[in-house]
Every structure is written in C-alpha cells, then in structure tokens.
Design a protein around this ligand. Structure first.
Ligand code: TPP
Ligand code: MG
Length: 944
C-alpha cells in the first residue's frame, strides 16, 4: 500500500502503515453484533434465530425487573458514563423472515462499514490519501455479486425495512465513504452510537439545504477567499497566517453561529491559534475592517493605554452577531499566545465562568466553547489531551466543546508522518468516547452538515466533539515563507488546486441555485466594502505619529486595603465553621481538628495557617464573594492542613463546613484536580478573566510542580494585562520551604516568578504569618483592580506553633508587606533581611545564642516591593552597618538576585549573602546534608 513520493512523502501515507485497520475489526464487533441483532429483534423477532430470541426476551424481562441502575457504586463521584439505555420494544408490522445466518453476515457488513468506512472516505482534497480496504469486499462477508439483488432485513440501515443488498451497500458507501469520514464506533455508549448512526444514515451525510442556505455558504466562502487575497495584495509580505486552502472554516463557523440560537446557545467562548484569525475576526466575529487594516499600518500602535500590546494575529475580540432568523449570539474570542494550544484550557475556564454568570451551571447549554486548532499542535501538544481529560469532571466540565481542526496536513514545514504516530491528528480525542468527523474541506456543504451535527450532538449529550476539516495550506507557514524548499511536489500539486468557491459555484450553477451574475455581485459588494475600509484606514494611519506607550503601572497596589474583619464577624463565621455536623460520623482526628479550631475562634488558641485560610474564605463567602479552589488533593490539602471537606466514616458522605456559614452566602467550590498543572492552571486563569468578583485559587501539590504550567504562567498570568489588557486576580499557592525533602519538594521556584515581575504585573510573596495570608487573600477581591497573586506557602510551618497569629491580627491588622524586627533593637549593628520559613530558624538561633546586636526584617511581599515600609523598618536600626540577605535557597535561586540590587540601591552599600551555594538542582537529596547546609547558612547570617 505504501506509495512514497520524493519530497518527503505525501501527507499521511506512511501513517497508514502504522495503523492498519484490520486490528480494529473484531474489537468492538461483538457488542455491535449484539446491538444489531437486538434492534432487528425489536423490529421483527423472527428475523433473528431462536437463541437470540430467547436471549432478548430474557434480557428485556431482566431490565424491567432491575431496580435503580444509578448509584450502584454508592457515590456521587462515581463513573459518570451512563449505562446504555435500551428502550422497550415498540410494536411494528412484522417483516418476512430472513435466513438468520445471512442476516448475521449482513450485520457484520454493517458493522464493518460503520467502523472502517472513514478509512476509504474521500476526505483529502489533494487526493493523496486514497486508500483501499479489501476488508470491505463482499466476499469477506460471505456474499457474492449474485447476492446484490437479494432482499434483506436492512436492520437499522437507512430507516430499516426490506432492502436489497445493493441498496444497503449504497446507503453505507454514501454515508461513510464519501466526503465525510466518521469515527464513532469506538464509543461505548449504545444510545450515543445509535443517535449518530441514525443521524448520519438518514441524511447519508449529505444535507439537503435550501438554495438560500447554499448561497449563504457560497458567499461566506467567497468572502473568506477575497479577504485573504485583498490582504495579500494590499499589505504585501506582512504576516497574517493566511487561511487560504482552508477557507471552509469560515462557512463552518458561520453555520455554528447561525444554528446556535435555535439550539439554545447564546454565547460562544471561542479560542483559536494564528491561522485564519484575521479572517475569523473580520468575517465571523465582525471586527471592523478598517480597524483591522489600521493594524497593518507601520504607524499603528495598539489602542490600549499601557503595556506592550500584541501582534494582530493574537488579539481577541468580543461582539454580538444577529443571525438570519433574528437570533443573537455573543462571541468572545480569547487572545492567544504564540504557543498554539495553550489557549485550549483557558477557553474552557472562560466558558465555565460565563456559564456561572448566566446561571447555566446546571445544564451548560447556553454557553458553548468552540476551539479551532491546527493539525500539528492538536496532536502534538499534551495540553489538549489534558483538557480532554478534564471535560467530564465536575470541577471543569463545560457541557462539551466543539473542536474544529483546520487540518492543512502540515505544521510549518513538518508533514504528518514526522508529526504523529497515528493515522489522524485527532487520535487523542478518541479517549473521550466522542465522535470525530473528518470532512473534505473542498465540500463546504458536508462541512456545514458536520458542524451542525456536532452542535446538536454537544447539546444532546454534553460532550466534546471534533470536526476535522481536511484541507491544505495554499502558501507557506506565513507570508514570508517559501514552502517549496521543503515540499516541492506537494506545493506543485497545491498550486493546481482550484478555489473551493469556484468548484462549489459551478455545482450551484448546475443546480440552478445561483447564476454568475449574482455570484459576481457577491464579490463586487465585498470588494467595495474592503476597498473603502482600506482607503479610510490609509488616510488616517498616515497621519498617526507613533509614540512609545506608557508602561503598565498600578501604584494603588501598595495602598493599604481594608481587609480587617471585626471580632464579632470572625466569631459569626468561625462558629458554624467549627461546628460538628449533625448525624454525621466524623473521623476522630477531624473531631479533634474541629475542637482545636473552635478554641482558635474563641481566642483560646492562636490561629494557625489552615484556620486563617478558612476564615479568609468564610468571611468572603458571607460577604457574597464566591470562592473557588482547585488543584491536586486540595480538598484535604497535600499536607492535611485544610480539611475543607469532611468524609463520613463508613459512607464517605461529604460535608463542607464552608457551605454552612449562613443561609445567604456565596458559593464555595473546591475541586481535587487531575494530575496536570498546565491545563488546570490554564482553566483557572481563564475562569478568573471572566469572573473577577470571586476569590479564585490554584494550589500546586509542591511549588515546583508549577513548572509544568510554565507556559500558562509566562504567556498568560505574567503578561496578559500588558499584551491584551486582560486582568486576573488568580491566586497561586505554591508550597515552598527547605525541609530536607529533596530536589523536587523544596522549592516553589520563587526566582522564576520574581524574574517575571515588571510594570506592576503580578504580586509575589512568601508570608510568615497566618494573618498575612488572611489579609492577602481578602485583599484580592476588595480592591478596584485585579492582579494575580503568587504565594510561596509553608509546609512544616503549617503545624509550627511559632507560625501563628491572634484573632486581633485579623480584626485590627492589615496586610504587612514588610515585617520589621520584633525587638525594635535600636543598637543593632547588623540587619538580616529574609523571607519565609528561614525567618523562624534565624529567630531561634538569635534567641539561643543571646544575640542582641542583630535585627531581622522580613520581606513578606517581594513584588511590588514596599520600599517606604522597608525604609521605615530600617529606621529602627540607626546603628546598623552590615546588611545581610539570608535565604534557604541556592544562590542562583530564591529572591537573592531580585532583592540584591534593590537593597544595594536603597542602602547604598554591598549586601552580604548567607545562603546555599549555587546549584543545578534546587536541593540536596540527603537529609543529613540538608541539615548541615541549613545550620551553616543560619550561622553565617550572623557571622559573615
Ligand atoms: C507549542 C508550540 N511549538 C512551536 C510553535 C512554533 N509554531 C508556530 S505555528 C507552528 C506550526 C503549527 O502547525 P499546525 O498546528 O498544523 O498549524 P498551522 O500553522 O498548520 O495552521 C509552529 C511549529 C508554537 N507556536 N507553539
Ligand atoms: Mg497545520
């Protein structure tokens, strides 16, 4: 079967070798056979043999007698894939009996086409991937040509009834082997498979659209093509990531918008990579052409007040479109970084936030996430599969996402056989048990049919669905690129391709749906609109005088925030928070925890970290601010300090004290996340963009695991305000501290966050008191601006009696960016600056060694650094002449690099470093060496 060609191979061909279809037959065949026989029996009991008859009669009786099928695993958190629902047989007119053996063979044939038809479907407009599949030959099913005119019970095919084998074959080939290749037989759920099968076989995957609709599709295609050509000639050589070759995307998106209101969708949360973004902005979302053209001008500077802005093919947009029927759909296109697929979970989070905002958190049918992917990135980037995995989870589901792949069969210069080990770029989506429609991009009608099916599927089953538009890329990766360096033959073939609209127009003219004149009028009117907008833009932008944009800045970030809560309010929240639930068998250790926390509320015991966090959450909830926390094992807390959910002994019934504070309180949501950082943090970030009036937190298991989400941190959290004017108040909790747990469990990589700090973009701190956590969390939602907050959180300090606060620290205090020396030692000769847990080690050493000439100043928030408060703290030590930075982290890590130049400038002298030597890995694996190092660095802080 292999047909390699000289220039690196035709897209997809060598993959064919890697994934032969044979192995697929037989895999699910038994289930299908059962299903097929069952449906035949329902229509005509005598069409199946006596054994099957007896089986089905017994089965039906059994399902009628079976009690409640749900809740078998006794948990609301159990497997959420519904068991196949098999409805009771409906009486139908009896059909003539057919030889059951031959009917069985027909069932095999039906199964084979439904499973493998996509393999030989004509889905590649370049025609390179023509395949043959001998497995579908008639003789494989014990039929010969002589049987073609014999009648069979068609079972479920084409509406059922008596049909000749020839008719049945035609139905199967038309449905599964024309320009739509459908993968759906891997889906376990019978009801879903049947829905898809009936939908496809009844339409033969060829829609019967009205002339008006066909004309709309044609116009949409023509607009898409013309838009690219217009940019090509008007702005020569400027990067735009042309959609040409994949223009069918535009009628497909138009169709989903047109279909949305009648399906109950009125908001679309959309995400996409670079390819075709300008086209989508102009022709789908309705961004003003002139505004778009302005962005091509050399004089243009993005119209936001501050920050750096972004290139035009990464920008987002918001608009409301009115459909032909007068329905309204609002569309929010998320901005996107260059890292293509990173936006996938962000869009999910945004959609979830929109759903909450419009009270759609139950059914999730009003807000629809739509994501447009490139073939290379879709399979290449793990974050896509991570997001798939989250799609049915309580904490992250959005009611299903419509994924559209602009599968131009190439990524930059890389062909599919170098890009994936699978036949299709959509292979990862199979993990979800959802349909994947591969459609020939040169058949816009079929593509629109697929997207409408996809939308209906999503609305019906609340699951993801994929439409893979197989197309090509007419030019290079971008407008400065030469594709024939690497794919000379492929690009020779592409050059010969007619415009999709030309082929489509011809077929519509043949059908008498349109004539040349009307088609020409489509072109003329669009071209005139584009020309007007371009001329207007040129005359305006020529006059523009670009100026350096002011930096982002939010000086209010250091203003005191009113975060204190009266003792009475703390008590009102603290009492229900520390009440034992009625008739609930608590774990004795939780009982003890509740008792201790009650003592904290009553002022008999100092507040620890966990209680300060709970009181921050609780006070906000009773002030009508929802709280959402997600991350790995957060319900209990990795270090068992949170216990936001109690589980009843014996039943595992759940109780959330933070939901029992007051009859009228905001929603508290806490979700243990799957084992991913990138997709979960991306999701939470997206959520925070569109639901700012909420305290939203993500916790890493150990701080350094945030490494797995670096793209989200760098390209979204740290820079979204500067690039896109999009602000977030997300909180990152990153357990940090050198406690001898080895290289991967010690550091939240403070240095990475500090390096990203500039222009007041984020807040970064390492707190030493529960009160500071309390105030910092409340501060996130009580100021008139949003800023991400990154906190290095403690581990051993969670249970350290030294790391506690009083109720008064919450009722009278405020967030302290800098904590001066507790001793106010005016004769101190040395000032040691530090941050986080090491403070307690320094304090202990100072006590034990009766040192009275050294002061310790804690930097609780590194960025933005409160220099005024730092100066104030230093004023207490007028005699000080030696200044030390002490940290637990290695010299090339921690806050040293960040603080050193700032402290040097402030003090006008060199700063002494006391800390671990520079190292490749964050910490030693040996506990003994850890202790040696720790002792040494503490000692050096006082002696160097
Ligand atoms: C994760 C990631 N790796 C590499 C790049 C650089 N890059 C940008 S587009 C691209 C090719 C993407 O191919 P595909 O997903 O098929 O999209 P297409 O450009 O073909 O539409 C590459 C390698 C990137 N942006 N992001
Ligand atoms: Mg591609």
């Amino acid at each position: 079967m292999k047909t390699a060609i000289g220039d690196g191979g035709v897209p997809g061909l060598s993959n064919e070798e890697r994934q032969k279809p044979r192995g697929q037959i037989g895999h699910a065949e038994n289930a299908h056979l059962l299903e097929e026989q069952y449906e035949q029996w329902r229509v005509n009991p005598s069409s199946v043999d006596a054994t099957w008859r007896a089986f089905f009669e017994g089965f039906e009786l059994g399902t009628q007698l079976e009690p409640d099928r749900e809740g078998l695993n006794g948990s609301s958190e159990g497997n959420r894939i519904a068991a196949p629902v098999i409805p009771a047989a409906e009486p139908t007119a009896a059909l003539p009996a057919v030889d059951p053996m031959r009917q069985g063979h027909l069932s095999h044939l039906l199964f084979a086409y439904r499973t493998l038809g996509h393999y030989i479907a004509n889905i590649d407009p370049l025609g390179f991937n023509k395949k043959e599949l001998p497995e579908l030959d008639l003789h494989n099913f014990k039929f010969t040509d002589a049987d073609l005119d014999q009648e069979f019970n068609a079972g479920t095919a084409g509406g059922g009834g008596q049909k000749t084998l020839r008719e049945i074959l035609q139905i199967l080939q038309d449905t599964y082997c024309r320009t739509v290749g459908a993968q759906y037989m891997h889906i376990q759920n019978f009801e879903i498979r049947r829905w898809l099968r009936d939908r496809m076989e009844s339409s033969l995957n060829r829609p019967n659209y009205s002339g008006e609709k066909k004309r709309r599709i044609l116009k949409s295609l023509m607009d898409a093509e013309q838009f690219e050509k217009f940019l090509h000639t008007s702005y020569v050589g400027q990067k735009r990531f042309s959609l040409e070759g994949g223009e069918t995307l535009i009628p497909v998106l138009d169709a989903i918008i047109q279909a949305s209101p009648s399906r109950g969708v009125f908001k679309i949360a959309m995400g996409m990579a670079h390819r075709g973004r300008l086209n989508v902005l102009a022709n789908i979302i309705g961004k003003d052409y002139k505004f778009l053209f302005d962005e091509f001008s050399d004089n243009y500077v993005q119209q936001v007040a501050h920050g750096d802005g972004d290139v035009k093919y990464h920008l987002g947009f918001d608009n409301t479109r009115t459909t032909v029927d007068g329905g309204k759909v609002s569309i929010n296109l998320a901005p996107n970084p260059s890292h293509l697929e990173a936006v996938t979970p962000v869009v999910q989070g945004k959609a979830r936030a929109f759903q909450r905002l419009v009270n759609d958190s139950e059914k999730r049918k009003k807000v629809l996430p739509v994501i447009i992917h490139g073939d290379g990135a879709f399979i290449g980037q793990g974050i896509v599969a991570e997001t798939f995995n989250m799609s049915q989870l309580d904490g992250y589901k959005t009611g299903g996402t419509v994924h559209i792949v602009v599968n131009n069969q190439i990524g930059f210069t890389t062909l599919p056989h170098d890009a994936r080990s699978t036949l299709y770029c959509t292979a990862t989506a199979k993990m979800l048990d959802v349909p994947i429609f591969h459609v020939n991009g040169n058949d816009p009608l079929a593509a629109v049919h697929c997207i409408e099916m996809a939308l209906d599927f999503r609305q019906q089953f609340a699951r993801d669905v994929v439409v893979d538009i197989v197309c090509y890329r007419k030019y290079g990766h971008n407008e400065g690129d030469e594709p024939s360096f690497t794919q000379p033959r492929l690009y020779a073939a592409i050059a010969k391709q007619p415009l999709v609209s030309e082929v489509f127009l011809k077929s519509l003219i043949d059908e008498d749906v349109i004539d040349h004149e009307e088609a020409q009028s489509f072109r003329n009117s669009f071209r005139t609109a584009l020309e007007c907008a371009r001329n207007e833009s040129r005359s305006e932008t020529q006059k523009l005088k670009p100026a350096i944009r002011p930096q982002l800045s939010t000086p209010e970030m250091l203003d005191p925030a009113n975060t204190a809560v009266t003792l009475q309010r703390l008590r009102e929240v603290g009492m229900p928070l520390t009440s034992e639930p009625d008739e609930f068998a608590l774990n004795p250790k939780i009982q003890r925890l509740i008792k201790q926390r009650r003592e904290m509320v009553e002022g008999e015991r100092p507040l620890d970290w966990g209680m300060a966090e709970a009181l921050a959450f609780g006070t906000l909830l009773t002030e009508d601010i929802p709280v959402r926390l997600s991350g790995q094992d957060v319900r209990r807390g990795t270090f068992s300090h949170r216990h936001a959910v109690y589980y009843e002994v014996g039943t595992r019934r759940r109780y959330l004290p933070l939901r029992k504070l007051a009859p009228q309180q905001a929603d508290f949501r806490i979700f243990n996340s799957p084992l991913t950082e990138a997709a979960v943090l991306g999701f939470e970030f997206g959520y925070s963009l569109d639901y700012p009036n909420m305290l939203l937190l993500w916790e890493a298991q150990f701080g350094d695991f945030a490494n797995g989400a670096q793209v989200i941190i760098d390209q979204f959290i740290a820079s979204s305000e500067s690039k896109w004017n999009e602000t977030s108040n997300i909180v990152l909790l990153l357990p940090h501290g050198y406690e001898g747990q080895g290289p991967e469990h010690s550091s939240g990589r403070l240095e990475r966050f500090l390096q990203a700090c500039a222009e007041d973009n984020i807040q970064v701190g390492n707190f030493t008191t529960p009160a500071n956590l309390f105030h910092a969390l409340r501060r996130q939602v009580c100021r008139p601006f949003n800023k991400p907050l990154v906190i290095m959180t403690p581990k051993s300090l969670l249970r350290d009696p030294r790391c506690t606060s009083s109720l008064e620290d919450l009722s009278e205090g405020e967030f302290r960016e800098i904590i001066p020396d507790t001793k106010e030692n005016a004769s101190a000769k040395r000032v040691i600056f530090c941050t986080g847990k090491v403070y307690y080690d320094l304090e202990e050493y100072r006590e034990q060694n009766n040192i009275d000439d050294a002061a310790i100043i804690r930097i609780e928030q590194h960025y933005p650094l409160h220099e005024a408060r730092l100066r104030e703290a230093l004023r207490q030590h007028p005699e000080a002449s030696q200044f030390v930075w002490c940290q637990e982290e290695s010299e090339n890590m921690g806050a040293w690099f960040f603080m050193e130049p700032r402290l040097r400038k402030l003090l006008g002298q060199e700063i002494i470093y006391a800390g671990r030597d520079a190292s490749a890995s964050p910490a030693t694996g040996s506990r003994a060496i850890h202790l040696l190092e720790q002792t040494k660095l503490i000692e050096e802080a006082f002696t160097l």
